[in-house]
Design a protein. Sequence first.
Length: 101
Amino acid sequence: MQQIKFPYLKYIITPPTQKPAKYVYRPVIPIKLFLDNRVITFDSLVDSGADECTFPAWIAKTLGHDVYKGKQKIFSGIGGSVLAYLRLKADGLRYCPLSQC
């Protein structure tokens, strides 16, 4: 079985004024999304137990999508529920190995 390994990045979890600072390490994966001639690159938190992936609205807007034209859906998790808009699907998108993207 092929494995892909990603780093755990250090995130501060205390207010900047609190000393000593406390940190947590979280698994992240580099994401690169393409739409026509637009490209956006960002790090995303890995949630291996998630059924679906959600991204902040600014990502869709940067790619030129009108977020609010998407289908409304309630997403729920341990932290509560949020109304979101389904606009992007990964059908037919290309995959490229990280070393070649």
